[in-house]
Design a protein around this ligand. Structure first.
Ligand code: SD4
Length: 325
């Protein structure tokens, strides 16, 4: 009997260790999946589709993220990015955007008016100027010099929403409605290079002149081509206070998975705002992608989702894990 038991135990050990090695093999295979594109919110789906056309044909991540997020900028029904974005307290649509490539080149525009595609202006800042960031009138002047057209970005729909808001003029952004929907996108291309882009009309009914995290390299977006990339959505002030996206990348450098890194920064933000009235309308979310093609996300409250596409995942929306109800 004893020998028989021993035999069974040995067989079980052999079986389960076989399973374990299969699992770890699967994990390793997951790590080398590329290209990968990940972007925030529902409008990440059409944005990923556009990016995927480039990535799946061997194109580079920088082109993919720029082309990808332009879909949201051009869509008047996306009321938090580009054309049709909610205006500020003075009824003006002011846009923020930034882009970054695998050489740490970056370009950014903030408080830009009348230009539908701030992400492409940000790319021009990166490629055509000795600077990283242009704002306001200077950014507009530069965009016009570069051949971008001047447009009215306030649609009938957003004008009506603004007029309705004016009745109370109360600044208490509605969670997941008025303080979100920036499109942030990260991509890893076939050459193993990362890029990221982030573009928004910012928080609805913000003060005129307010700039959020989205055009701030390190807050709304950051990447290190040796490690990974991260980007944010939600109340920008919180990401600026914590250098959120840069921190996610640093945490990945120190061994955290993309999910763990996003979670740790959200925890830090929660700690800062806990007990403060601002917590009432605080939503923040991060997406992250590492150099091995692993991705993850975490947010403060339920409601944030992101779109992911790889060779094995066909552009799907995933609800991010969250900290509080
Ligand atoms: C900002 N982060 O300006 C942006 C707002 C937003 O998804 O919509 N984020 O603070």
């Amino acid at each position: 009997m004893k020998i028989c038991h021993l035999y069974l135990i040995l067989i079980s050990i052999a079986f389960f260790s076989g399973c374990a090695s299969d699992n770890s093999k699967e994990k390793i295979e997951k790590k080398v999946v590329k290209p990968v594109v990940i972007s925030t919110w529902n409008h990440g789906i059409p944005a990923n589709q556009e990016a995927w056309k480039i990535l799946s044909n061997g194109g580079n991540a920088l082109d993919a993220v720029e082309k990808g997020v332009r879909t949201a900028e051009a869509n008047p029904d996306v009321q938090t990015v580009g054309l049709g974005g909610f205006p500020d307290r003075e009824g003006k649509v002011t846009l923020d955007a930034c882009i970054m490539d695998h050489h740490n080149n970056c370009g950014s525009v903030a408080f830009l008016q009348h230009i539908k595609h701030p992400i492409s202006v940000a790319r021009k800042v990166m490629e055509e100027t000795p600077h990283v960031m242009l704002v306001g009138e200077g950014a507009l002047k530069f965009a016009l010099e570069q051949g971008f057209g001047k447009e009215n970005l306030l649609t009938e729909k957003t004008k009506k929403a603004y007029e309705a808001w004016l009745v109370t003029s109360d600044y208490k952004p509605v969670i997941n409605i008025e303080n979100h929907d920036t499109i942030s996108m990260l991509a890893l291309d076939e050459n193993n290079n990362l890029s990221g882009a982030c573009t928004t009309s910012g928080a609805s009914w913000k003060m005129h002149g307010r700039v959020g995290d989205s055009p701030i390299i390190g807050a709304g977006l950051f990447l290190d081509n040796e490690i990974g990339a991260a980007a944010a959505t939600g109340m920008g002030e919180a990401m600026i206070k914590t250098a959120g996206s840069a921190m996610v990348v640093e945490l990945m450098r120190h061994g955290r998975s993309p999910y763990e890194a996003c979670k740790e920064v959200v925890e830090r933000i929660y700690k800062i705002y806990k007990g403060q009235p601002d917590l009432e309308w605080l939503q923040v979310g991060f997406i992250a992608l590492n150099k091995q093609g692993e991705y993850g996300s975490y947010c403060l409250r339920p409601g944030f989702n992101y779109a992911i596409q790889t060779n094995t995942i066909k552009n799907e929306l995933i609800n991010a894990d969250y900290k509080i109800q």
